[in-house]
Design a protein. Structure first.
Length: 425
């Protein structure tokens, strides 16, 4: 989701070798944690209304189903604008762009918290989705650019750790805060966190130049680059499969008689996701293809357990562990694969990935709702399993470009170009 390429910029990202050829081995943890916090806040805000629907519905004087569309409109805002805004802001300096996106995000959350008019709330949520999409299109490449070539996988894993934390810990915490102090306080807390983050970014995150006009790739032409289309297909279908189950996990568990354990099961899922991120970050440079296949297989096995053995409570928890282990590292794997496949057009590939990711999230909610109404929640694991079959097939097929066994990293001894030379990373 970088608004800058990832191969030539990878060289720019890596610090110049020290005398004697010794390469810097430390990651800028403070800066990377700032990016992880941005990922956490934007991910949490997207799904926060799911736990606050009754109170929001009452205050806005609309039905809960209408209030639930505040999640959908957020995803639509991201999906519709990530590509054009990434192209339009390609020349901006990276730090200025990140500060602008997060500032807009804080403003949108403030309006959401204070609004008593449904239409205004929906407009604010759309704007929040736009700002989040712009930030997401920037963050993965930003993390890669900060790190030496051999540590780029770990840098991305740290930056993307905000996703499972938000999904597993942030949503329950936000729901508790909303129940305790009101849903408006939950959204205002997002604003407060974002304001703190703006100061953190200003103080700790390095700046990089944008791209010159002649260096900006065409979006649609990127689809003709070998490897890009398989990565985008896997992104769309994998995220769709995950969202069908995750968006309705409370309903699914309630139908199993485990509604009271939803928070604990999500906590188990989140802990396994964090372990997955650590594993992916340490192995991604050598095993991107194997990790992607393994992640899809783990989620498929988890779905199979839920489909045929969900009457055994212990196996539901085992499925949650396998699901988390399979899913946690997926954002890092897919963003890395898109950046590597895109090469000089990695910014366009990442923007498309952000768009398809949010299309899949919105689609997962829609498809899951249809399945729930027509068949019932027991259909969710089977749908996930069915969708993961072509995901695994495409990853196995795209062995030359898209999901190679080893990442095509630049040699560690390649000198870094002068600042501002070449496209952004």
């Amino acid at each position: 989701m970088s608004s800058a390429p990832d191969t030539a910029p990878a060289a720019a990202a890596a610090p110049a070798p020290k005398s004697g050829g010794e390469e810097q081995r430390k990651l800028p943890l403070l800066a990377l944690l700032a990016l992880a916090t941005a990922v956490f806040i934007t991910s949490l805000t997207e799904t926060l209304p799911a736990g606050l629907l009754p109170a929001m519905s009452e205050d806005l004087r609309v039905s809960q189903s209408a209030t639930g569309q505040t999640v959908t409109v957020y995803a639509i805002g991201t999906a519709l604008t990530a590509i054009p805004l990434t192209a339009a802001t390609a020349g901006w300096r990276r730090k200025k762009l990140l500060l602008t996106a997060m500032g807009g995000f804080a403003l949108a959350n403030t309006v959401t918290a204070l609004s008593s008019v449904y239409e205004l709330t929906m407009a604010a949520r759309f704007v929040a989705g736009v700002a989040a999409g712009l930030a997401w299109a920037l963050l993965a490449g930003y993390a890669r650019r900060m790190a030496p070539v051999h540590l780029q996988g770990k840098a991305m894993a740290i930056a993307m750790a905000g996703i499972p934390v938000a999904l597993s810990l942030g949503v329950p915490a936000g729901t508790f805060l909303g129940d305790w102090l009101g849903w408006r306080v939950a959204f205002l807390s997002m604003t407060a966190l974002t304001v703190v983050l703006l100061g953190w970014i200003f103080a700790a995150v390095p700046d990089f130049p944008g791209q010159g006009r002649g260096e900006r790739p065409k979006m649609l032409g990127t689809l003709r680059i070998p490897g890009v289309t398989p990565v985008l297909f896997v992104t769309l279908v994998f995220v769709l499969a995950h969202t069908i189950l995750y968006a309705y996990i409370a309903t699914y568990l309630e139908d199993l008689g485990l509604g009271g354990s939803t928070g604990l099961i999500l906590l188990v899922f989140g802990a396994a996701s964090l372990a997955s991120i650590w594993i992916v970050g340490s192995q991604i440079n050598r095993r991107l293809r194997g990790l992607t296949v393994g992640g899809a297989l783990l989620v498929a096995v988890a779905s199979l357990l839920l489909a045929v053995l969900s009457d055994t409570t212990a196996l539901v928890y085992v499925a949650a562990v396998l699901w988390g282990l399979g899913w946690g590292g997926v954002p890092t794997l897919l963003q890395t694969a898109a950046g590597d496949a895109g090469g000089e057009s990695a910014d366009a590939a990442q923007a498309m990935l952000v768009t398809l990711w949010n299309v899949a999230m919105a689609g997962g909610g829609i498809v899951g709702g249809i399945l729930l109404d027509v068949i019932g929640s027991e259909s969710f694991p089977w749908a996930v399993l069915l969708l993961l079959l072509p995901v695994i097939a495409v990853v196995l097929y795209a062995r030359q470009a898209g999901f190679p066994a080893r990442r095509p990293v630049a040699p560690a001894t390649t000198p870094a170009p002068a600042a501002g030379a070449g496209p952004d990373a």
